[in-house]
Design a protein around this ligand. Sequence first.
Ligand code: SDX
Length: 428
Amino acid sequence: MADKHATLELGGETHEFPVLSGSTGPDVVDIRKLYGSTGHFTFDPGYKSTASCESALTYIDGNEGVLLHRGYPIGQLAEHSSFMEVAYLLLNGELPSSEEFDDFNYTITRHTMLHEQLRQFYQGFRRDAHPMAIMCGVVGALSAFYHDSTDISDPEHRKISSHRLIAKMPTIAAMAYKYAVGQPFMQPDNNLSYTGNFLRMTFGVPAEEYEVIPAVEKAMDRIFILHADHEQNASTSTVRLAGSSGANPFACIAAGIACLWGPAHGGANEAALNMLREIGTPDKIPHYIERAKDKNDPFRLMGFGHRVYKNYDPRATVMQKTVREVFEALNVQDPVFETALRLEEIALSDDYFKEKKLFPNVDFYSGIILSAIGFPTTMFTALFALARTVGWVAQWNEMISDPAQVIGRPRQLYTGPTERDYVPLDKR
Ligand code: SDX
């Protein structure tokens, strides 16, 4: 029973609502009985003050720039862990023993292959189809191939569906790239790591051996870790809402992919690099800063700002460091990195950005790394979706495993016409 309460004075009546505490972070006012006891809804477009669920997966402190996955700081995971180990952690709650990790890796590795008939789906797309359009279509189509594991009430079905989704996303994403460039699809190689296998399926060709460069594999794996999960962001909330109706996990993840595609969300990594390339040289930065501040100009600094972080996104810190590592490993330079560093410096010293607490987010530097590795900008959000599938399936499992979960069904503040009689055409 909650020992803290919030009191609401409404219509001459006093109403008390329990205040609940988590293990850390803001308390919540439990308003589940508000409508029943007051006949009022809360009103919170964009859910800026709304906790939609209880979760034990990921904690963000936006003011302090803290991001924890099952309690472990993102900086430590990025430094010492691997994407597959973080996947295990998010799904199971604890870091695996070496035996548990080997078993998990073995299972994921052996689900990376795609059904031969699914490969036909790609032929229906134009060669210039955006990879996210392909990801939406092919991932949604997975539900047509795995009827043996869509009983979401069965923990074993949930487990194998989660493993299939995590395992097949790299294959699906790599095939989207191959289809775009007109090269043959590459079959998974079970002797490679999850990330090494993805790099080979993307950049390898049948005619020759593909050498996975360890520094690139590590950078790519770290980028996947940084994108794995992020509390109740828009695409995760989409997956949860879709899942709350009992939809199968493949359809739910396809819904998450669709939401992630937006430039305000996962599409920002593609938009951020396009913006940096449009800016070109540092002398053009002041013009774009002024445009970003102009209320009459829809232009925003892509890769800047965040609904939760009002401090530096801890993922951007790791991302910036990774740019230098990849440039050194590949012996490449890209002037756009200097432009990005200068843009960050100018923006963070500008009162507009300081007052609105707009800092670089995860998407600001990621595109520079992905471009240096060889990905076209159109693949950036597909890579985000690949990595975020781990968080989406972990969040979906957490929700479906909760016996108290109910279908999500928000209400509204109605401002349309009140009841009126139909007017026949000859009377209008
Ligand atoms: C991701 O939620 C998550 O966790 C998402 C994510 C994840 O891992 O899942 O972290 C991934 O989506 C990161 C965000 C990527 N998006 C971008 O980089 C696009 C550019 N950023 C903005 O569109 C914006 O900052 C959002 C969408 C990220 C956040 O928007 P909010 O919280 O709704 O804030 P807002 O739009 O109300 O902005 C507050 C003010 C506004 O000015 P006022 O109306 O108060 O005068 O700040 C301004 C905005 O105009 N503002 C910006 C800006 N972002 C906000 N001004 C210029 N450039 C920007 N980038």
